[in-house]
Design a protein around this ligand. Sequence first.
Ligand code: HMG
Length: 387
Amino acid sequence: MTVGIDKIGFYTSPYFIDMVDLAHARNEDPKKYLIGIGQKKQAVIPPTQDVVTMAANAAQKILSEGDKEKIDLVIFGTETGVDNSKSAAIYVQSLLGISKQARSFEIKQACYGGTAGVQMAVDHIRLHPESKALVLAADIARYGLNTPGEVTQGGGAVAMVISSNPRILEVEDKRSFHSDNIMDFWRPLYRHDAVVDGHYSNSIYADFFQQTWMDYRQKYHRTIDDFRALTFHLPYTKMGLKALRSIIDQSKHPEAILEQFEASRMYNALVGNLYTGSLYLSLISLLSNSEALNQDDLIGLFSYGSGAQGEFYSGRLSDQFDRSQLKTDMDTILSERSRITIEQYQEMYQTFLPLNEEDKLFDVSSDNSCFVLKGRKENRRIYLTKN
Ligand code: HMG
C-alpha cells in the first residue's frame, strides 16, 4: 500500500511588493535582493487574514464533500498561532464543515511544523488506510521594517490531504532527523516579529542539511543521482541553492539537478517565506514548473525549523499525478495579485489585532477571499465566510 500527498492547495494574500521597490526604499542594490537573496516579490498579508483564514482558504479549494466526511485527523503546523490554548485546527475544521469525528490539534517547531504534520498523518494513514488526514501549514513571516530580515518576509498557507493510494507523492518510509537546542531564530510570546541571528541561522541550516543528508545516504545506500529533484525549505531561495551547491559535486549530472531546483524555487521567489508551508510551496513549484518529471521519480525533501529541527525524507511521484491543473491554479493565484507601494505595505504591516484585550473590527470589504477575519470582540475572534 502507498501513502502520501493526495491533494495539495495553496493560498496567499492578494497583495505583494516588488523587491526592486523595496531595495530602492532601503537604499540597497536591487541585485542584492534579486540575486544575492533570490527573491522577486513578497506577499503582504492584510489584517483581514490570519493563519486560520489562510489555511481555510487553501483547504477549501481542494476538499470534496467526500473528503470532509472521511477526514479523521486535522493537524495544523504553524508558528503564528492565534491563541495559546485553542488550536487553529479547530477553527478551520468548523469553517470548512469537516466531520466532527476527528482529532484536531496544532503543532509547533518553527518551520518544521508542516513536515511534522505530514509525517504524523502518513503514519496515521498507514495504520488506518480507509481514512484521510488534512495537514495545514500556514504562517506570516515578519522580521520588522528596515531590518536585514525584511527582504525574507512573506506569508501564506498550504493544505494537503494525506491518504492511501495518493495521486501526487507517495511518501517513503525513509527519513533522517537531526535536532539540537540552538538560538538562531525564535519569537517570544510578547513579540509580533521574530528575533533572528541571521548569518548564524544560515550556517545552522547548512549544517543540519549536511547532517540529515549524510545520515539518509548512509542508512538507505542512496546517492544524489538516485533523485530526480531535491526540494528544500526556502526561507529565501538562495538558501536552498547554497545547500544544494554544497553537495552538487557528488552528482554525475549537476546541470539536470540544478535545473529541477530552478523549477522548485519559482513560486517561492514570488511569495517569500511562509515558514511551515515553504517546503511544500517549493514542492508545488517543482510539480507545476518542471517538464522533466516522470511517474515514480524520486524526490528528496529537506525540512528545517529553527531552534532547531531538520529532517530529510523522500517520496515518489504518483502515476496519477496531473501537472496541468495544479499549474493553472497556481499561475492564476499568483498573477491575480495586486502590487502595492512600499508606503501601503508599511501601513498594512503595522495594522493588526493588538496584543491586549482591546476590541477591534476591520473593514473586510476589499478582501475577496472566501474566509476573512473581521476582528475581535470580547476576546473572541470573528471569522466570516464571504462566498
Ligand atoms: P544581510 O546581512 O543583509 O545580507 O542578510 P548579506 O550581506 O549576507 O547578503 C546576502 C547575499 O547577497 C550574499 O550572498 C551577498 O554576497 C549577496 P551569499 O554570500 O550569501 O551567497 N549580495 C549581492 N549579490 C548580488 N549583487 C549585489 C549584492 N550585495 C550582496 N549587489 C540574511 C541576509 C539572510 C541573513 C537576512 O535576510 C536574514 O536575517 N533573514 C532572516 C533569517 C533567515 O532567513 N535565515 C535562513 C536560515 S534559518 C531558516 O531557514 C528558518 C526560518 O525559516 C525560520 C523558522 O524555522 O521558523 C528563518
